[in-house]
Ligand binder design. Structure first.
Ligand code: H79
Length: 464
């Protein structure tokens, strides 16, 4: 007789399969038959598919630190004295928190998944964990934020995911402390800390899962090793075979570019931070970036323009990546209204032009300052982000353009020669943010090798 929890998981899994199309972890999907020590453990293409098609997610950094308006994790023992920082939770009472409203905001923005900090480097746990009292149930708020968010996500068909810091500058067993992991703790016990980490991750998966992604961070500090990373990865995969794990589970990440160094296997995808990832089709990736400057809420933080937000999304997807855009909610539980407005503006754009983003792949023309391209089946979507002159000339492609249209309205003229594809749009029909031309080819765009715009031949009769 399967246990009650088992039955709940199966039911939840079937529910997710039935309701999340394409946005949701396939709880029933299987991991490779015999997981080995390395790449065999990775999520297969079938498990990654919903996430690759989703393309756009909401990142949320939140905790008692929002009361101070300083950075999460990093300000402990720096801008805020450690003793004061560690007492902030006693005043954390975000009475205007409404999980369903957050999820609705994500959905209105056109986002398909949500990743929230279950625990950052500062060690505070935003769920009802039995492994430490330093958690949300011991605040005046006393409500399980993760439980409410997980439920709201399931209800609305958004994949629920958590960010979890491997380093923990608060926990006495973790060897390093604040500021920034620069101080040693008096009585560290890394093996015991590792067990704490594994216990909590199991708690997250069992009580709040199935999760779309486990998004690790803080792996760069010495106490963490590749061996521990692979052990943790195997532990997670055994708890939920379909889960996606970012590359910060191991120690193979190369700096803030977030790529996984050749041969240094770690996790399922690369994580460029606060930057647009490079054009990369052979290994999945996701840019994580803040809508303002800080991860956690800061009053009057400088916010990105709509143009920057949309062009970043387009450049990321054009490079074959996902975009995880972060907000830091306020201490009263609301996402700042001007940030909500910005997200809704992105959603309005996506409702019009989402066919050029969701379920597409990046390319076949590599992103430049002026253009990004995406494709689906025989269609190539050329996103023109800036007009250097009267025309944009794409490199020659080994397929014929059989039809073209201007998705953003107006008339486009497309001329294909053996040297390239020249695109002209009258000035009045050029959009400030993104002029989108759809090229219908005479065969699947996936067959076209990615090509750089620099390879373009000069138009006949024109000097280079
Ligand atoms: O949660 C957000 C930030 O608080 C967190 N990551 C995002 C998602 C973050 N933690 N640390 N940092 C960002 C900056 C860390 C930079 C460095 Fe390094 C750590 C510099 C040297 C060690 C990154 C890792 C570059 C090399 C190794």
């Amino acid at each position: 007789m399967p246990s009650y929890r088992h039955r709940v998981c199966v039911i939840a899994g079937l529910w997710v399969l039935a309701h999340l199309s394409p946005g949701g972890p396939a709880a029933g999907a299987q991991a490779p038959a015999s997981p080995g020590a390395g790449p065999d453990l990775q999520a297969g293409a079938a498990n990654l598919q919903w996430w690759r098609e989703a393309r756009f997610g909401l990142f949320i950094h939140w905790g008692p630190v929002s009361l101070k308006g300083t950075e999460i994790g990093w300000s402990r023992g720096a801008q805020v004295p450690t003793e004061e920082y560690d007492e902030l939770y006693r005043q954390f009472n975000p009475t205007r928190f409404d999980a369903d409203e957050w999820v609705r905001i994500a959905q209105d923005a056109g986002m398909k998944y949500l990743v929230i900090t279950s625990k950052h480097h500062d060690g505070f746990c935003i769920w009802d964990t039995k492994f430490t009292d330093y958690n949300i149930m011991h605040t005046p708020f006393g409500r399980d934020v993760l439980k409410e968010l997980a439920a709201a996500c399931k209800e609305r068909g958004i994949a629920f995911c958590t960010y979890h810091s491997i380093c923990d500058w608060y926990h006495p067993d973790y060897p390093l402390g604040s500021p920034g992991g620069k101080t040693p703790k008096p009585h560290p016990n890394m093996d015991r800390y590792n067990q704490y980490l594994k216990n909590q991750v199991a708690e997250l998966i069992r009580n709040y899962g199935p999760l779309g992604i486990l998004w690790f961070d803080g792996e760069w500090e010495k106490p963490w090793t590749q061996e521990r990373g692979i052990d943790l990865y195997r532990h997670i995969r055994s708890l939920q075979p379909s889960i996606i794990v970012n590359n910060r589970v191991g120690v193979g990440r190369a700096g803030m570019e977030g790529s996984t160094a050749a041969g240094a296997f770690a996790g399922d995808y690369d994580t460029p931070e606060q930057r647009i990832g490079k054009f990369q089709k052979d290994r999945p990736w996701e840019t994580n970036m803040t809508i303002c400057r800080q991860w956690a809420w800061k009053p009057d933080d400088q916010m990105k323009s709509l143009t920057e937000c949309i062009q970043t999304l387009v450049r990321v997807v054009g490079g074959d990546g996902n975009f995880l855009l972060n907000v830091g909610p306020m201490p009263d539980g609301r996402i700042e209204p001007r940030q909500v407005d910005r997200l809704r503006e992105m959603g309005a754009w996506l409702r019009q032009y989402g066919e050029t983003i969701y379920g597409t792949r990046g390319g076949p023309i590599k992103t430049t300052a002026q253009i990004a391209t995406t494709y689906r089946n025989n269609a190539i979507f050329v996103h023109i982000l800036a007009w250097p002159g009267d025309a944009i000339t794409l490199p020659a492609l080994p397929k014929r353009v059989v039809d073209s249209s201007l998705l953003t309205g107006g008339k486009v003229s497309v001329r294909q020669t053996k040297d390239g594809i020249e695109i002209r749009v009258p000035p009045d029909d050029r959009q400030e943010i993104d002029t989108i031309v759809k090229l219908e080819m005479d065969g699947p765009a996936v067959d076209i090798e990615p090509v750089a715009l620099a390879a373009v031949s000069p138009a006949p009769g024109k000097a280079r």
